[in-house]
Design a protein around this ligand. Structure first.
Ligand code: AMP
Length: 380
């Protein structure tokens, strides 16, 4: 079924075509018509399923022809758990609203950066994508009002609860007008989430999309057996030898991320670290530069294993394994997205072997084993 059958405005269809979105993904097929009809939605879907466009497109369309709201009064609010996701979702709003007849100004707001520029920039904004804490701060300083809100989206609601945002989310819900449309997206359904659903959603249309595991078929997996102290040289060998233009390298600690970057840089390979101890501005800059192909190697902890969408990333390397198989699947899921093939390489020390076997069993896939100790790493 093409996008033209979903009842979207021709300007939105033009942008879809320009972006090479030829057919709607399953979540889009199910949710776009339901949202256009004004229904509440419960979407069980992960990032990578196309859920962002599944709410952005109908929201923009529903506001066409409406008069502007009072200054700083939001028509739609999207709550997200992380700053990176706030920026990413807002980019999708801006992309699709660019050629619409009724222009809608949108903005991403999140903590960890100074509040004043955000307060100024909220002038005339009708759609906001926010992390909960910063939104509450902006509301209490009268930079924003939710009294005329028409549509609320909770994106990655399970993660929001895991990160301890429940109290803040409840405070925000108490500020909303009773009559509104609610769209809730989550990768899983927990007991906590069930209670939010019950209080929030009215006769929702429930949409379930297969887990991200389905993408694993697109990913070729290799595992290099290697002693712990030779992981550094082997990493540099792989990057140089396979002429890898861009790669995301996962490590398990902040300290390791910095150490790996230092070594790569010393050896003439341009690399940046991405972890929780980096300032917010630096994280955003690094991620954007990586997405734009300006950074060759991004060395990251699991903070970006989920939720972050990087188009056409051909390689992911696990320098160290994550503890849970689920996290492993999320990490390697950064490649092989949007139906493009990818390669995931794991560096496995003898001590990691047992754990790696557990991971392979859980994901139902076996990586091709290579004896890294047999490779001549002199000079790397
Ligand atoms: P999301 O789950 O919203 O993060 O989207 C995952 C990726 O799929 C993004 O790179 C989108 O640009 C892309 N995408 C979303 N919908 C479509 C579609 N219908 N056709 C092609 N690509 C899409």
């Amino acid at each position: 079924m093409p996008f033209s059958k979903l009842g979207l405005a021709k300007e939105l269809q033009e942008t879809l075509a320009k972006q090479n979105y030829s057919n709607p993904f399953p979540i889009q097929k199910a949710s776009i018509p339901a949202i256009l009809e004004g229904k509440d939605i419960l979407g069980i879907a992960q990032t990578g399923s196309g859920k962002t466009a599944s709410f952005v497109l109908p929201i923009l369309q529903l506001f066409q022809g409406q008069k502007e709201s009072k200054n700083r009064h939001l028509k739609a609010l999207v709550l997200v758990p992380t700053r990176e996701l706030a920026i990413q979702v807002n980019d999708v709003f801006q992309l699709f609203s660019s050629n619409l007849p009724t222009k809608l100004k949108s903005k991403a707001v999140y903590g960890g950066v100074s509040i004043n520029p955000q307060m100024i920039a909220l002038q005339g904004v009708e759609i906001v994508v926010a992390t909960p804490g910063r939104l509450l701060e902006l509301i209490s300083s009268k930079a924003l009002s939710l009294s005329e809100l028409q549509i609320l989206v909770l994106d990655e609601a399970d993660k929001m609860l895991n990160l301890g945002f429940q109290e803040e989310v409840n405070k925000i819900l108490a500020l909303l007008p009773v009559k509104r449309q609610n769209l809730l997206f989550s990768a899983t359904l927990s007991a906590d989430l069930e209670s939010i659903n019950k209080n929030l959603l009215k006769n929702p249309v429930v949409i379930k999309v297969e887990e991200e595991e389905k993408n694993l078929d697109l990913i070729r997996q290799f595992a290099y057996l290697i002693s712990e102290e030779k992981k550094g040289p082997l990493l540099r060998y792989i990057i140089k030898n396979e002429s890898i233009e861009q790669v995301l390298v996962f490590v398990s600690s902040v300290h390791r991320a910095d150490a790996v970057v230092e070594k790569l840089t010393k050896n003439g390979i341009e690399a940046f670290a991405m972890h929780s101890k980096k300032g917010q501005e630096a994280r955003i800059r690094a991620l954007n530069a990586f997405k734009a192909g300006k950074i060759r190697v991004l060395v990251a902890t699991d903070i970006i294993a989920r939720g972050i969408d990087i188009k056409f990333l051909p390689y992911v390397i696990n320098y160290e394994l994550p503890r849970s198989p689920k996290d492993f699947i999320h990490r390697i899921g950064r490649t092989g997205r949007a139906e493009e093939p990818g390669e995931a390489i794991s560096l496995i020390s003898p001590e990691d072997m047992h754990h790696f076997k557990v991971i392979e069993k859980k994901m139902g896939k076996i990586a091709t084993l290579i004896d890294g100790n047999a490779i001549d790493l002199k000079g790397f």
